[in-house]
Write a protein that binds this ligand. Structure first.
Ligand code: FPP
Length: 301
């Protein structure tokens, strides 16, 4: 079954979103707890873009006296479940933090194990990506990855390039700061090529348009597993107004249920984007108008 909302969302959003929720519910069994949580979600407030910091693989392995790579291996199944569920929910985009620019500091054998796992995942998941109409894009400084990994990524990106459902961003050799540096250098290069460097004006829109995530909505929800209260150089520009959901669950234990719970929690939040809530008692409507003279007399706290 193909779950397409991406391009249709704005035109017939309500009907499509209700349809998508129905498809997700059909994929679940009504006696499952996940079905109950999913059926209580508001189809009109499904986040368009979720970003996830998949953390805790090493601790999961240590708790079992396994080598660290076993934790990463156990982290592959939650990736599959989350990707498929997000596609079924009709998200426009899911961005997963798979390897940061800082992760090169890890032991060589762990890094090599991660590349092996990534290639295994890509090979095994291609049919599922195609079936769910998912377009995979790797984001980050990919030119530094081993050749075999680059080739495998390119092959899956090519094969999924015509898919029009959810966009799956795999952040690999990714850093939020390096992404901003790359974006600004790209703007400078373009301006130099066009001979208008002197007139180059940098705006929020032009920065967004040169990020690896250009054209996508910013994440509405950022999930981090394993309880760490850090952003870890992930999507620094894009998460300006993302809702944060941090769970103690280690990534290999992260389930569809917890993903649905995170979305339910997100739907309960009051997103104000720096404004005020129009619906709450402290909102604009309920505030008396204060004239300038009264304002000057108000005591400062
Ligand atoms: C962080 O946990 C996790 C990573 C650096 C790698 C993430 C990789 C996977 C989830 C494997 C599968 C991914 C794909 C895309 C196929 P950590 O090792 O820092 O855990 P710790 O903080 O407990 O040590």
């Amino acid at each position: 079954m193909v779950f397409q909302t991406k391009r249709l969302r704005s035109e017939t959003s309500c009907i499509i979103e209700l349809y998508v929720m129905k498809e997700l519910l059909q994929a679940l069994s009504p006696d499952e707890c996940d079905w109950r949580i999913a059926s209580q979600l508001d189809p009109k407030r499904i986040p368009a873009h979720i970003a996830i910091i998949m953390d805790g693989n090493g601790r999961w392995a240590r708790q079992r006296n396994y080598p660290r790579i076993m934790g990463h291996k156990a982290g592959v199944d939650p990736v599959r479940v989350v990707v498929e569920t997000c596609a079924q929910l009709g998200l426009e985009a899911l961005t997963l933090y798979a390897f940061s620019v800082e992760n090169w500091k890890r032991p060589r054998h762990e890094i090599e194990g991660l590349w092996r796992l990534l290639r295994f995942y890509l090979r095994r998941e291609l049919p599922n990506l195609m079936r769910n109409d998912i377009q995979l894009i790797a984001i980050g400084r990919l030119e530094s990855l081993p050749d075999a990994v680059q080739q495998e990524l390119q092959s899956v990106m090519d094969k999924t390039s015509r898919n029009r459902g959810m966009r799956l961003n795999l952040a690999i050799n990714y850093g939020g700061r390096t992404e901003l540096v790359d974006a600004i250098n790209a703007m400078l290069d373009n301006a130099r090529l066009e001979g208008n460097l002197d007139a180059l004006e940098i705006t929020e829109e032009s920065i967004s348009a040169h990020l690896y995530t250009a054209g996508l909505k910013d994440p509405d929800l950022l999930i981090r597993t394993s309880g760490e209260m850090r952003i870890s150089n992930f999507l620094l520009w894009q998460i300006a107004y993302a809702e944060l959901y941090v769970t103690e669950t280690l990534w290999p234990d992260f389930t569809r249920r917890e993903l649905l719970e995170a979305i339910a929690e997100y739907q309960s939040r009051d997103r104000r984007f720096g404004g005020v809530s129009l619906g709450s008692p402290s909102g604009i409507e309920s505030q008396p108008l204060i004239v300038e003279e009264e304002l000057l007399e108000l005591p400062l706290a």
